[in-house]
Design a protein around this ligand. Structure first.
Ligand SMILES: NC(=O)c1ccc[n+]([C@@H]2O[C@H](COP(=O)([O-])OP(=O)(O)OC[C@H]3O[C@@H](n4cnc5c(N)ncnc54)[C@H](OP(=O)(O)O)[C@@H]3O)[C@@H](O)[C@H]2O)c1
Length: 392
């Protein structure tokens, strides 16, 4: 256990990543705050071991999400750890059990309280970092492929950012079904690492519509689009009759460390207007998917719970396994986020609550990193030295 954690525990305090205001990387820092109250009815309190860092967390940091919550806040939507206390009506869970959970903000802390409906037991073979990176990517990939697009033998799927958390989950789930062809786009730097996980891989900068059509003139059965609708026209053009296009992300709205009103406006302007009559004529399906809304606004915890159990069966049969890109201390959260901004990750970035920050090397710059240069980000930004990350 990390030094000082016993002392913090006795004082009723915890370390947590705090987002002081929406903006650049400098708005994040690790703080000491009071641990959550004892768990309420139907809640478990979890001593967190690891937390998943998703693309969505970059968007939260910049404040480019629907209904942004008020700052300061503790970010994070998923974690794994050990049940530390149980509230009333929590039959089925015991203190000391290894669990993973969806959290509606607040996951990046040493202690988290979560309702029973969003907590799942972790198989013995699964590590805490794997468990922390399992839920968001795999549940999103599963629901889109099987609940929305009814993926079956012999179908074909196009996925962008194929090397990322969701992209790798999509690739693994597709490999569970016979003869499913996966067409993926990704930055060239990742191609060596991921080429075996997809059937056809394209550089993200090429005209993928032409490339897919060279291989499959009829197109594909499923298009998974996390580019905010900018590519809806291309995705629809690539669909075979009865094919399904699913919009599930807005990665292209993030054009740098800070929110750019210009790129937001450009993205919004470029979103294709879909004509239902054309869909009818061409036999095509257009869908949207948001896991967090499904869980936290639309009350579909039961559906998601059933999906998690199917995914855990696939994990136990060794058919799927979360790909962990790298582990970072809470204090390294800005470097971890920078790695996503730089499009460097293959699989999931994980915040390891018990990890110590990698020591600064003598040769490291003592100047502020880029993250701290902006005037807007000076406040509370006292830890900007570059670190050599520990990469698994
Ligand atoms: N709707 C849902 O329920 C749901 C759930 C989970 C995730 N998502 C969405 O799915 C997408 C992938 O999420 P993830 O968490 O798995 O992330 P991820 O794919 O691991 O994200 C990092 C990768 O995204 C790509 N990318 C695309 N545009 C980028 C940009 N503007 N800046 C930096 N990287 C960019 C880069 O890969 P390449 O350079 O190789 O393309 C980068 O390595 C995101 O849009 C996310 O919001 C949606």
């Amino acid at each position: 256990m990390r030094d000082g954690s016993e002392e913090r525990r006795r004082a009723g305090e915890m370390r947590a990543v705090l987002l002081s205001a929406f903006g650049g990387l400098g708005k994040l820092r690790v703080s000491r705050s009071a641990t959550p109250e004892p768990p309420r009815r139907g809640e478990l309190r979890i001593r967190v071991k690891a937390c998943g860092l998703n693309f969505l967390d970059l968007m939260v940091r910049q404040g480019i999400i629907d209904n942004p919550p008020k700052t300061p806040l503790i970010p994070g939507f998923e974690c794994s750890g050990i049940v530390e206390a149980v509230g009333p009506d929590t039959a089925g869970f015991e203190i000391g059990e290894r669990v993973m959970a969806f959290v509606n903000y607040g996951a990046w802390a040493e202690v988290v309280c979560a309702p029973l409906d969003f907590v799942y037991k972790v198989p013995d073979a699964m590590t805490f970092p794997e468990a922390a990176g399992f839920l968001v990517s795999f549940v999103a990939a599963y629901v889109m492929l099987f609940e929305v697009a009814s993926l079956r033998e012999g179908m074909s799927v196009l996925v962008h950012s194929a090397g990322g958390g969701v992209g790798q989950a999509v690739a693994q789930l597709c490999s569970c079904i016979p003869r499913v062809a996966v067409f993926g786009t990704a930055s060239l730097s990742k191609h060596d690492a991921i080429k075996d996980s997809v059937t056809y891989l394209f550089d993200r900068t090429v005209d993928y519509v032409q490339e897919v059509k060279k291989i499959s003139p009829e197109g594909v059965d499923v298009v998974l689009d996390c580019l905010s609708g900018e590519d809806t026209g291309k995705g629809l053009a690539l669909l075979k009759p009865l094919g399904t296009y699913i919009l599930y992300g807005s990665s292209n709205m993030v054009t740098g460390e800070r929110k750019s009103f210009f790129s937001l406006a450009k993205s919004w302007w470029q979103v294709e207007k879909v004509n239902p009559i054309k869909l009818y004529e061409e036999n095509k399906v257009v869908a949207g998917f948001s896991l967090l809304n499904l869980l936290f606004r639309q009350g579909r915890g039961g559906l998601v719970g059933a999906v998690v159990q199917k995914l855990l069966s696939l994990y136990n049969e060794k058919k799927i396994r979360p790909v962990v890109d790298s582990l970072w201390a809470l204090e390294e959260v800005t470097e971890a986020m920078q790695r996503i901004h730089d499009r460097g990750n293959v699989g999931k970035l994980i915040l390891d609550v018990e990890k110590f920050p990698t020591p600064l090397m003598a040769s490291d710059s003592t100047e502020s990193s880029e993250a701290g240069e902006d005037e807007e980000d000076q406040e509370g930004d006292d830890d900007d030295k570059e670190r050599v990350p520990f990469i698994q």
